[in-house]
Design a protein. Structure first.
Length: 72
């Protein structure tokens, strides 16, 4: 599964995602982690839905990497 991080409905806790941290926005460097909380309230966002990872890092989702283990 590989998807865009612009739709809030596609993102849920437990998903493995690639995010861009605030300090990496200029370079576009991504960080991989597992979603803990969804911080964006709107249904979509042009720069990606803002999430908090389980390790506490906050950034905007650029890609959905995995389904969190419940994919058949």
């Amino acid at each position: 599964m590989n998807g865009s991080g612009r739709q809030r409905s596609a993102i849920r806790a437990g998903l493995e995602v690639d995010i861009v941290l605030k300090q990496d926005q200029r370079t576009g460097k991504t960080t991989r982690g597992v979603v803990k909380d969804i911080l964006t309230k709107s249904p979509d966002h042009p720069h990606g839905i803002k999430v908090r990872l389980q390790d506490g890092q906050v950034g905007r989702v650029k890609a959905i990497v995995g389904s969190g283990g419940d994919q058949a």
